[in-house]
Design a protein around this ligand. Structure first.
Ligand code: BGC
Length: 771
């Protein structure tokens, strides 16, 4: 690594020595570069005062150094020189985050970042600032950036390579904006759809979340313009008892290790540079104060060596919300003892003052600061900040938008999940409602498009888009179509009739829609249902059911006798069992982003054969939600049959316009040893005249175990392309060790015995013997 701008400030001679020794390296290059890194970091560390170190461990929001107050900044926004001096020079704050309440153009970002880094370079230590942002589905705070699907939609693609590519593109735009650190991905699980951050996850399954999380970490961190990934939010955040954000979770250690640790562990193993802490409490202990989670588990068992950053204001919340500390200083001591490296304070200097006092009075040692500061400096070093002073690259190198759009648009297409597609009528036996107009040749019909999400780009993008809540249309990407606009361009505007509705539409609005349908006599009605954007506490709900006005709309449209194509644009599955039978086709679009409307339209007109599959279980009833990997006892119904697991749609559900038959599931051996790799084959046949991509899932079923087994556990998946009428044998390899679970002693074990292996409706038995 060549250290340019930073070198003359402090370390010219030292770096010269290191570079000389590097020149002679060969096979030992890795070892040498590691020692170059640690020597460099140590030399910076030794040069820092306690105040510098406290500053390195402090992160403030951009609003604290801008003209105005953090939540009410003067527009157009600009850095406030006096505040910059106080925060970055007097307090030596080492990290800044966020965007000052809304997105900015790359030019504005460059002005901010350059101003910040110039100030940082003029402090005695010269250590550059580490800037962090939430770029969770594209560079969400850079105006005009390419915005793909949110994570829940990415999970529905089951396409890890595409997810990696999308993250790589995000990194290119974020890095080009001058920002090296991304607060993404969320690798917590989405097992409770009431939780308002469900859509920020990869869904309910630990295996899928691990694969997707690793793909995203690699995409961010492995170039060509690497930025640091942050695994969020460690640990157990999404599994609150109430389903509401930042409320208590009660998760037994066994369940924690079997379900919630694996996705984090996989991403730690993939080299994720940072982790953000869960804002909530688990088993009565706020995670920000929990040493056994943040140190013993994370550092000890999981081997994480990167930076642990708190979530927003969470040191203060130990006092004001959780009430386990009497004052800020006590809270800061608790968080430091638990193992945090950096506090996202983020709107005042209370943390810095408190930590300095704690060190001065001897409650926190300087050695403890060194542990965290070494990690922070290492991260800064690995991100190249000491090389370029953290200054943004030239705007001339900003990636061309066109080069990034393909992956986002493709991900939107692959995410769209077709869940129901009825026959048009008893006479046209083979003609389903979708694709609209059948084969599309010379179709001169009419489509009526309405519903509250059909004409909103915000609905397609979800939270953290342009602004935190993603609700302000002012920050929508110019030129990207809403669903109704995409329908107009795919079908021709003369084929589309539209009636727009906002979220709070009334019975009068429904009458207006019905009258318009009766007057225009369309062939079908496309209903854009679902939710407007939200995240965190703002998105808490009291009822998972689909809004009652949307259900009334479905009933009223059905009464006109026109077939209904329901398109759900939403971040969590809302239950809608009463009106489901009134829908002829159902499409789940999740939050597909700026390219989502066109993706939906391509599925509706048949130019794309849908391949998305649900990454979660869709509850049929508001009070009855179970994940696919529930226990046998949870299937027992009131009449003692096994019918209690009765979701609206199952994990992995999704249809295409083709027919694919599964046959002949086989295991190469019937009996395997503990260290064997099992091999299974299954035959897929596309009996239709369309190309299709089939997502094939392989589940295991442990027959008897010392911890009650789940009825199914996902162990592998593959996306298989099939030509018209093609037959393919699909092969799975699976290590026996991947059947492991956490036993009563908290060990990860495979117990010998019988297992079922299930692919779709095919199940075979195998045996595992001990050796
Ligand atoms: C959220 C985090 C986010 C952070 C910084 C918090 O409120 O919980 O997910 O990364 O803010 O914006």
């Amino acid at each position: 690594m060549l250290l340019g701008r930073f070198v003359p400030i402090l370390f010219g001679t030292f770096i010269g020595m290191v570079l000389l020794s590097l020149a002679s390296c060969g096979a030992n290059q890795d070892a040498n570069s590691n020692s170059e890194e640690s020597e460099f970091v140590d030399s910076v560390l030794t040069s820092l005062t306690i105040k510098d170190k406290v500053g390195e461990m402090t992160q403030l929001t951009l609003g604290t150094i801008m003209v105005g107050s953090p939540y009410d900044l003067k527009e157009p926004q600009q850095l406030d020189t006096a505040k910059v001096r106080r925060v970055l020079l007097d307090y030596r704050v080492g990290s800044i985050l966020n965007c000052g309440n809304h997105e900015h153009t790359p030019e504005v970002w460059h002005t901010f970042i350059s101003g910040i880094q110039a100030a940082a370079a003029s402090k005695l230590s010269g250590v550059p600032v580490l800037y962090g942002i939430d770029a969770i589905h594209g560079a969400t705070y850079t105006a005009g950036a390419v915005l793909g699907p949110q994570q829940i939609g990415l999970a529905a693609t089951w396409d890890t390579e595409l997810v990696r590519k999308g993250a790589q593109n995000t990194a290119r735009e974020v890095a080009a904006s001058g920002i090296p650190w991304n607060f993404s991905p969320v690798v917590d699980l989405g097992r409770d759809p009431r939780w308002p951050r469900f859509w920020e996850t990869f869904g309910e399954d630990p295996f899928l979340a691990s694969k997707m999380g690793v793909a995203m970490v690699r995409g961010f961190q492995e170039g060509p313009s690497p930025i640091a990934a942050t695994l969020k939010h460690f640990l157990g955040y999404g599994m609150t008892l109430s389903g509401k954000d930042r409320t208590p979770a009660w998760i037994p250690e066994r369940q924690l290790r079997e379900y919630f640790v694996p996705s984090f562990q996989a991403c730690v193993d993939a080299g994720a540079m940072s982790i953000m802490v869960n804002s909530g409490e688990m088993n009565g202990i706020p995670v920000h104060s929990n040493k056994s989670i943040l140190t013993d588990l994370l550092r000890g068992d999981m081997g994480f060596e990167g930076v642990v950053v708190t979530d927003w204001e969470d040191v203060k919340y130990l006092v004001t919300r959780h009430r386990i500390a009497h004052d800020y200083k006590e809270a800061a001591r608790m968080a430091i003892e638990a193992g945090i490296d950096m506090a996202m304070v983020p709107i005042d200097l209370e943390f810095s003052d408190a930590l300095l006092e704690l060190v001065e009075e001897g409650s926190v040692t300087e050695e403890r600061l060194d542990v965290s500061v070494r990690r922070i400096l290492t991260m800064k070093y690995r991100l190249g900040l000491f090389e370029n002073g953290g200054f943004p690259p030239s705007l001339d190198t900003y990636p061309a938008k066109e080069s990034l759009e393909e992956a986002a648009a493709r991900a939107a297409l692959e995410s769209i999940t077709l869940l129901k597609n009825e026959r048009q009528n008893a006479v046209a036996a083979n003609q389903t409602i979708l694709p609209i107009g059948g084969d599309g040749i010379n179709w001169d019909g009419k489509v009526f498009v309405t519903g509250p999400t059909a004409h909103s780009l915000n609905a397609l993008n979800g939270g953290w888009t342009g602004t935190w809540q993603g609700m302000d249309p002012k920050y929508n990407t110019p030129g990207r179509p809403t669903l109704v606009e995409a329908m107009e361009s795919r079908f021709g505007s003369s084929s589309i009739v539209r009636e727009d509705l906002d979220m709070e539409f009334t019975p009068d609005d429904i009458d207006r829609v019905v009258k318009s349908i009766r007057r225009t006599r369309p062939d079908c009605v496309v209903l854009g249902l679902g939710e407007m954007p939200y995240t965190e506490i703002v998105g808490n709900i009291d009822d998972i059911s689909l809004f009652s006005n949307q259900q009334d709309l479905v009933r009223a449209v059905h009464a006109t006798g026109t077939p209904i194509v329901a398109v759900f644009i939403e971040g969590r599955p809302r239950s809608f069992a009463d009106v489901e039978p009134l829908m002829d086709a159902i499409v789940m679009a999740y939050l597909p982003g700026d390219y989502g409307a066109d993706a939906i339209a391509q599925v509706l007109d048949g130019s794309f054969n849908p391949s998305g599959r649900l990454p979660f279980t869709w509850p049929r009833f508001a009070s009855s939600h179970m994940t696919y990997d529930h226990k046998y006892t949870e299937q027992i119904g009131t009449k003692f049959g096994s019918d209690a697991f009765n979701p609206q749609f199952r994990f992995g559900d999704g249809m295409s316009y083709s027919n694919v038959m599964y046959s002949d599931l086989q295991s190469v051996q019937a009996d395997y040893g503990m260290n064997d790799v099992m091999e299974f084959t299954i035959t897929l046949t596309n009996t239709s005249r369309r190309n299709v991509t089939e997502v094939v899932h392989l589940f295991s079923q442990d027959s008897v175990a010392t911890i009650t087994p789940s009825v199914d556990r996902l162990r592998a998946f593959q996306r298989i392309d099939l030509d018209p009428m093609e037959t393919k044998e699909v092969r799975f390899e699976l290590a026996v060790q991947e059947l492991a679970f956490v036993n009563r002693d908290l060990d990860y074990v495979v117990e010998p015995g019988s297992f079922g292996i299930r692919v779709k409706d095919q199940v075979i038995g195998i045996h595992v013997h001990s050796n």
